[in-house]
Design a protein around this ligand. Structure first.
Ligand code: SF4
Ligand code: ZN
Length: 418
């Protein structure tokens, strides 16, 4: 067995102690990504002779020439090769970058895929930290952690906005292809679900139960990813969960999932429903792509995503809601989830399903149009997308209700939510 520890050559301290370290606005040199700023993090598989191990390129300006502050557009492309590498492993590697980068002092990592928001501190900049050092971390940590699978790691940074935008088209197509691999699979068609406990580092009681029809709430761990994660690292954060006997089919509760949650949450949670926001909903850590929140007067729920930073009809902005919902608690009536789950036929199916959605930001509706239209049709909801209010027609709960009455929204005729 050949064990080689790749030393990383970076000018700041590195270790688990720095994970989760915050960098305040005043202390940051730059912020990469954030709402409306094109940026991404993408791992892809190459043939062994297509890349050069350890090659780190910064295409465009580095920190010395980038104007300090927020709104910096950067694309991080990590190419890996190895005889045991499979494209199914890419998302796992991507997700682990959260830990790898977060462990450098002065580097704060948030988000994944094309919704990242990273900060580099002034302190780190002064110590000599530059963009290329992010590449050194990725290179050495990929070798150290995935050495059994990867032989070569090459990292390219695009730091010009127009380049990021260009590359982002292909990267988004690759994300879409990954998501498509899952389509057609149902929860009933598999024997095992998978856990993800990666976020327990900051939300100690949180567990995502990942099924074919419900991805992890960060949107970057699908059932296939959970399966691959387990294959890569059998003692890691993705463990198989046998469903066992049914406790409640409608809510999506099984003896196996309940006992897994009980043991995995340090015995603080007893039950979790995979298909309900009202009864024992799944916990939320902090990385959810969307938050759903009950709007009592409408007999329905609103959904807001991270990119929508204005006020929502529940009287809270995304950031405030995130503080209420996150931290590994069960909060009936509120739930963090992925965009994928919103388009799933199992989306809060115990509470009435997609038909309960009465408001969401216009941009989110547009982004998910294809999948939402398809699911709505399958559920027999007529012209449903036009019945969901957005910020252009309703900003308060009362305005949402008025809009629903105008378009005859199906939630009006559903059983009371609680
Ligand atoms: Fe895993 Fe869930 Fe955290 Fe995503 S949000 S990394 S699925 S625990
Ligand atoms: Zn999380």
């Amino acid at each position: 067995l050949k064990v080689s520890i790749h030393k990383m050559d970076i000018p700041v301290p590195y270790g688990p102690a720095f994970e989760g370290e915050r960098i305040r606005k005043e202390d940051m040199q730059i912020e990469i990504g954030g709402p409306g700023v094109p940026a991404f993090e993408y791992v892809c598989t190459k043939e062994i002779d297509e890349i050069e191990d350890g090659k780190i390129q910064v295409i465009g300006p580095d920190l010395d020439e980038i104007k300090p502050g927020p709104g910096v557009s950067i694309g991080i492309m990590v190419e890996v090769a190895g005889r045991k590498m499979q494209p199914d492993f890419e998302p796992i590697f991507e997700r682990q970058m959260h830990r790898f980068l977060g462990e450098a002092q002065g580097l704060f990592h948030m988000g994944q895929r094309d919704i990242i928001r990273h900060r580099i501190s002034k302190e780190a900049f002064k110590s000599g930290f530059r963009i290329k050092h992010i590449g050194s971390i990725i290179h050495s940590q990929f070798h150290n952690n995935f050495g059994a699978i990867v032989d070569k790691v090459q990292v390219t940074f695009y730091t010009k906005r127009e380049d990021v935008e260009k590359v982002l088209n292909d990267v988004r197509a690759a994300y879409a292809e990954r998501d498509a691999r899952l389509k057609g699979m149902t929860d009933d068609s598999v024997n095992l679900f998978y856990s993800c406990t990666l976020c327990q580092s900051f939300a100690p009681t949180h567990i995502c139960v990942v099924t074919p029809e419900r991805s992890g709430l960060c949107g970057s761990v699908s059932w296939l990813d959970g399966k691959a994660g387990y294959e890569i690292n059998p003692t890691g954060p993705n463990q198989p969960i046998e469903r066992g006997k049914t406790v409640d089919e409608r809510l999506g509760q099984w003896e196996g999932t309940n006992s897994f949650i009980f043991n995995g949450s340090n015995r603080s949670l007893e039950k979790v429903s995979l298909y309900s926001i009202m009864t024992d909903p799944m916990t939320s850590c902090g990385c959810f792509e969307c938050i759903s929140a009950m709007l009592p007067a409408t007999n329905g729920i609103m959904v807001v995503d991270r990119d929508f930073t204005e006020m929502t009809p529940c009287g809270m902005k995304f950031s405030t809601l995130a503080g209420t919902v996150g931290g590994g608690l069960q909060t009936p009536g509120f739930m963090g989830h992925s965009k994928f789950y919103l388009g799933s036929r199992k989306f809060i199916s115990a509470d009435g399903g997609l038909g309960r959605v009465v408001w969401m930001p216009k941009a989110l509706k547009e982004e998910l149009t294809e999948t939402l239209v398809k699911t709505a049709e399958e559920l027999g909801l007529d012209d449903f997308l036009n019945k969901i209010a957005d910020e252009t027609v309703a900003q308060t709960e009362d305005e949402v209700l008025a809009y629903m009455q105008k378009v005859n929204h199906p939630a009006l005729a559903m059983a009371p939510m609680f």
